[in-house]
Design a protein around this ligand. Structure first.
Ligand SMILES: [Zn+2]
Length: 137
């Protein structure tokens, strides 16, 4: 599907709404302080076009280049993940990719009882060098 850009009317309305300032949000939740200098901002799809975002005013924000680069980086990751997920759901896989072959774990010897014999536990207790250091109750 072809990319759907914002119409001139939507860009005009978004620019007026921004009132000359970047509409990006900083990490602390504040609005980006950058002012919009000519040719150094972009009209950004809040929900990316590739993820079904409509080219309408409510899905448009005016961002400075720094904010736009950051948003694009996050969008690319989201879109890639969505594509991988879609591929996996529809059984689309790289034909040259194989699962990692490992030797696996050796087989455990057959277990004869649920717990170890009590005698064995008593043997190790007798060999305990700290046994005598404990005070008698
Ligand atoms: Zn900004």
């Amino acid at each position: 599907m072809a990319r759907r850009e914002f119409s001139k009317a939507v860009q005009r309305a978004a620019f007026h709404r921004a009132q000359g300032r970047c509409e990006g949000q900083l990490a602390d939740g504040d609005r980006c302080p950058c002012s919009l200098t000519p040719a150094k901002f972009a009209y950004d799809h809040i929900v990316p076009d590739a993820l079904g975002g409509e080219p309408i005013l409510s899905n448009c924000q005016v961002l400075c280049m720094l904010c736009h680069a950051k948003k694009t980086r996050a969008d690319v990751a989201r879109i890639s993940k969505a594509n991988r997920s879609w591929d996996r759901h529809h059984g689309i896989a790289d034909p040259h990719r194989r699962k990692i072959q490992s030797r696996g774990f050796p087989k455990a010897p057959p277990q004869r009882a649920a717990t170890r014999p009590l005698q064995r536990w008593l043997d190790t207790a007798e060999l305990d060098p700290f046994e005598e250091a404990l005070p008698d109750p």
